[in-house]
Design a protein around this ligand. Structure first.
Ligand SMILES: NC(=O)c1ccc[n+]([C@@H]2O[C@H](COP(=O)([O-])OP(=O)(O)OC[C@H]3O[C@@H](n4cnc5c(N)ncnc54)[C@H](OP(=O)(O)O)[C@@H]3O)[C@@H](O)[C@H]2O)c1
Length: 345
């Protein structure tokens, strides 16, 4: 006589529908809520099957090497999206464990111990370590044919993973165009971000699926364009932070704390960002350069000179650039531009 296990466990039931009835499992007495879940599952299955969707296709097993902000966020978010996480490696075992514990997977300080377990290996170390780490793993036979090895650097091309060459694995760079200051911030900011992709064709298809699963937006970039692409990202993100540091520092000269200065300046920054978003970075320009008010700028210069050399040099350099923006806007003419350039030079 057959030995049946009787279940009303929704997960066993959906696995039973997906994988085919397993011998020995019989379903009994599902609650109304469970029946609804089964029907929803079936509806999703049929929709994805007929639309060629990939939601139910087996996700590749992922290994993370470099348990920092990006590596940690990818581990947690991909796990949430149904990617099996086969292992986390990092330079220090404590970093690897901290991330691995979140998804209950093996942690190690020796990447080659876990890289073979994954179909997709992310090397999320600092940029300067990517090539060395990939070479070290390859030299210890940590990669295998058919695997995909990815890094998340914005400046480097997939070819930075040169150690992977000759192992039969494919390479791809998957750069999230986002700023991550800590693990929690990375988890929150990653969805909705754009991702620049570049690398081997087959690996690119998998990368696109990953970006879609992370609720991101993918675009492709040529390897030779990556340094300029990344420089622009640094200007828009890192130098915006430096500008806020610069401006709040100037307010400190007349007694405000940096926090007070930030509170006062933030609505201005927010309003400016809103304008840039609404009408673009040319039409959004306001202020003395946009109006051709050279005399106002002449008042600024001695005040900034008293603050310091870096402050006045930066003000002059940004002012010169802003003259070109005002010209493009059409709010000053060539003659006014020439006068302003003389003031800033
Ligand atoms: N942060 C961002 O805003 C951002 C945005 C887009 C892309 N990226 C890119 O993402 C990558 C990672 O950046 P991140 O900000 O996440 O860096 P991170 O927070 O500094 O993390 C890097 C991790 O790599 C580990 N590591 C360093 N050397 C290693 C080695 N030799 N072997 C194994 N692990 C090593 C470190 O390990 P231990 O903790 O174990 O010492 C650290 O946890 C970089 O390529 C970066 O360009 C970053």
């Amino acid at each position: 006589m057959n030995n049946f296990t009787v279940t009303n466990d929704i997960y066993q039931v959906t696995a039973w529908i997906r994988d085919g009835p397993r011998r020995g499992v019989r379903v009994v007495s599902l609650s109304e809520r469970s029946v609804r879940k089964v029907f929803l599952f079936l509806a999703r299955f049929l929709r994805e099957y007929f639309q060629g969707g990939e939601g139910l296709v087996k996700k590749p097993a992922v290994v993370i090497v470099g348990a920092g902000k990006v590596g940690g966020a990818l581990t947690i978010l991909l796990h949430k999206k149904g990617y099996p996480i086969a292992g986390v490696a990092s330079r220090s075992i404590s970093s690897a464990r901290r991330v691995a514990e979140e998804v209950n997977c093996p942690a190690t300080g020796r990447p080659e111990e876990v890289t073979g377990l994954g179909e997709l290996v992310f090397i999320t170390t600092p940029d300067r370590e990517i090539a060395r780490v990939a070479e070290a793993i390859a030299s210890r036979q940590g990669f295998r044919s058919g695997q995909i090895v990815a890094h998340t650097s914005g400046a480097h091309a997939a070819s930075e993973l040169r150690g992977v060459q000759g192992t039969g694995a494919m390479v791809v760079s998957i750069h999230p165009l986002q700023s991550f200051v800590d693990l929690q911030g990375a988890i929150e900011n990653l969805p909705g971000s754009y991702f620049a992709l570049e690398g081997d064709e087959t690996a690119m298809a998998v990368a696109r699926q990953i970006v879609a699963d992370l609720d991101g937006k993918a675009f492709t970039i040529r390897a030779e364009d990556k340094p300029l692409y990344h420089a622009a990202a640094c200007v828009a993100s890192n130098y915006l932070v430096s500008l806020m540091h610069y401006a709040t520092g100037l307010y400190r000269c007349f007694g405000l704390s940096r926090e007070e200065a930030f509170e006062a300046l933030f609505p201005l920054v927010q309003g400016t960002i809103n304008n840039v978003r609404r009408i673009g970075p040319v039409q959004a320009l306001t202020g003395p350069v946009s109006r051709g008010d050279g005399t106002t700028i002449l008042d600024h210069l001695p005040a900034l000179e008293r603050v310091g050399k870096e402050e006045i040099n930066l003000y002059r350099a940004l002012g010169l650039y802003t003259v070109s923006v005002a010209l493009e806007k059409g709010s000053i003419d060539q003659e006014q531009a020439l006068q302003l350039k003389k003031v800033f030079a």
